[in-house]
Design a protein around this ligand. Sequence first.
Ligand SMILES: NC(=O)c1ccc[n+]([C@@H]2O[C@H](COP(=O)([O-])OP(=O)(O)OC[C@H]3O[C@@H](n4cnc5c(N)ncnc54)[C@H](OP(=O)(O)O)[C@@H]3O)[C@@H](O)[C@H]2O)c1
Length: 260
Amino acid sequence: MPHAAQLAIITGASTGIGYELARECAEAGFDLLIVADEHAIETAAEGLRQFGTKVEAVEADLSSVEGVEKLLANLGGRPVAALLANAGRGLGRAFIDQDWDDVRRVIDTNVLGTTYLLHAVVPGMKERGSGRVLITGSIAGFIPGTFQAVYNASKAYLDSFSFALRHELKDSGVTVTCLMPGATETDFFERADMMDTKVGTTKKDDAAKVAKDGFQAMMKGEGDVVSGWHNKLQTAIASVTPAGWLAEAHRKMAEPGTAG
Ligand SMILES: NC(=O)c1ccc[n+]([C@@H]2O[C@H](COP(=O)([O-])OP(=O)(O)OC[C@H]3O[C@@H](n4cnc5c(N)ncnc54)[C@H](OP(=O)(O)O)[C@@H]3O)[C@@H](O)[C@H]2O)c1
């Protein structure tokens, strides 16, 4: 249980897994600085205040350097006990049919914004000799994402980055945990324009359970967490399967027109 004054930053906390991560942090007694790029973050903040800790909401577009700097300005140099870098977006359909601005937004949010935020916050944690970092990667990072190519590649980056950063910070008092959800019931697939695909329409994991598993792993300082036995099995199989087979299997889940 953290001291009441300890601060957790949760990005992408307006909905889905991020909201549930923020709820876990609030229930554990952290003060919260929550971020998303739409006004719904204020509604999320109202909901989270019921747990009795301080909740500040920042509306910032974390796909841009300016957006991350807006968050940092709101932080104002305060020590961060936990950083949950969760904001992210998906994008379905064939790469060559995707709009370039949408492609760029996925890369800028998932890769650039997340990396810049970590680069700004983690040094302070290391200096103080304590801190918890959770990065929301994905089991998608292990699978070439046919009809979701850019998104899966962005998550491969985050999964890899998370393990490397963890090992750079070994024995520093700062731990890095990679949360790797499987398909989870949130607004994600609707926003990614994937509601005509098999993965967009089949039953998915519960966001609250995924977040609980992620939060507990972060607090224990574990390296990675895959929520759910079926996802653990999928990850184990992916690690010994040729990339070409995985890419073809992904087509069956993500190709437009595969909805059941
Ligand atoms: N759902 C899944 O199946 C699944 C599986 C594996 C990993 N994940 C990962 O889990 C994380 C959360 O996704 P979710 O499933 O909970 O989806 P979600 O409900 O769509 O939540 C995404 C969150 O990220 C925020 N966000 C997106 N782009 C942003 C930007 N440029 N600046 C600031 N905030 C931004 C959204 O806020 P706004 O609404 O304000 O944009 C929202 O709060 C993502 O990193 C996603 O890649 C999801």
